[in-house]
Design a protein. Structure first.
Length: 256
């Protein structure tokens, strides 16, 4: 059995005990049957119908991605896994699927290579809500330690006593707080920037939202792009050169 098949079966086992209306629906169960019979195109139709009925969820997107990958639409599968991860950062199965698809596609993500790519992945693995709570907790702990230090220092000066030692813990938490603040702002920027995945093998970037526009570039499937705006079946994206161009809406899946 393929690695992708094992990933799917693991998902089935982990969800079989949950009383979820979507996973118990006739469409979803039909999708499971089609997938296990290796009828991936039919499975994709059933999973897509389930999403149409119950709405997006990381689990349903994961199943649809598996079916689309089985059909051969690897770039679309990658986009669905990325969308699932945007909804549920750290979702293990979607991370495995994304990594599997990227390895298969050898997809690049624009300018995000090496250390920058690793940093982006680290930031995306934690939700913005969790960053905010961690930031609030660290801020409170840091403030408490500094207030305690300056209070002791003031009492020592008033009573002519030895000054308290330098608050190493407070200084360390201050450095951590600065780092967390920077990470939270970067995570906020990632969340606020509309992005998409090229879901076709090749997408032509044009100068205008029309087939008559001048061809500016050719994008490979799986590439992540920044979305500027949309206009009647076309999406304006940001190019690596710093300029902008237009691709058909059907060629890009928004992931946030």
């Amino acid at each position: 059995m393929s690695k992708l098949g094992l990933l799917f079966l693991f998902f089935v086992m982990t969800t079989s005990g949950h009383c979820d209306s979507a996973t118990e629906s006739a469409e979803f169960q039909a999708g499971l049957g089609a997938y296990t019979s290796e009828n991936y195109a039919q499975a994709a139709e059933h999973f897509r119908a389930t999403i149409g009925q119950f709405g997006n969820s990381p689990e349903l997107l994961h199943n649809l991605a598996l079916a689309e990958y089985g059909v051969g639409r690897k770039a679309l599968a990658l986009g669905l896994w990325r969308k699932a991860l945007n909804m549920h950062p750290g979702y293990d199965l979607a991370e495995k699927g994304r990594n599997f698809a990227e390895q298969s596609l050898q997809a690049s993500r624009g300018p995000q290579f090496g250390l920058l790519k690793s940093l982006t992945r680290t930031l995306e693995s934690v939700s913005l809500f969790e960053y905010f709570w961690l930031l609030i907790f660290t801020c409170g702990a840091t403030g408490w330690l500094w207030i305690g230090f300056f209070a002791k220092r003031r009492w020592a000066l008033q009573d002519d006593l030895p000054l308290p030692p330098f608050p190493t813990a407070a200084a360390g938490l201050t450095i951590l707080l600065i780092g967390l603040t920077a990470m939270t702002l970067m995570r906020l920027n990632i969340q606020a920037t509309p992005r998409g995945i090229v879901v076709v093998d090749h997408a032509t970037v044009r100068s205008l939202p029309s087939d008559d526009g001048v061809e500016l570039a050719d994008l490979s499937g799986g590439l992540e792009v920044v979305i500027e705006r949309q206009d009647e079946g076309w999406i304006q994206i940001q190019l690596e050169s710093g300029g902008a161009g237009w691709v058909k809406s059907s060629e890009v899946l928004g992931i946030n």
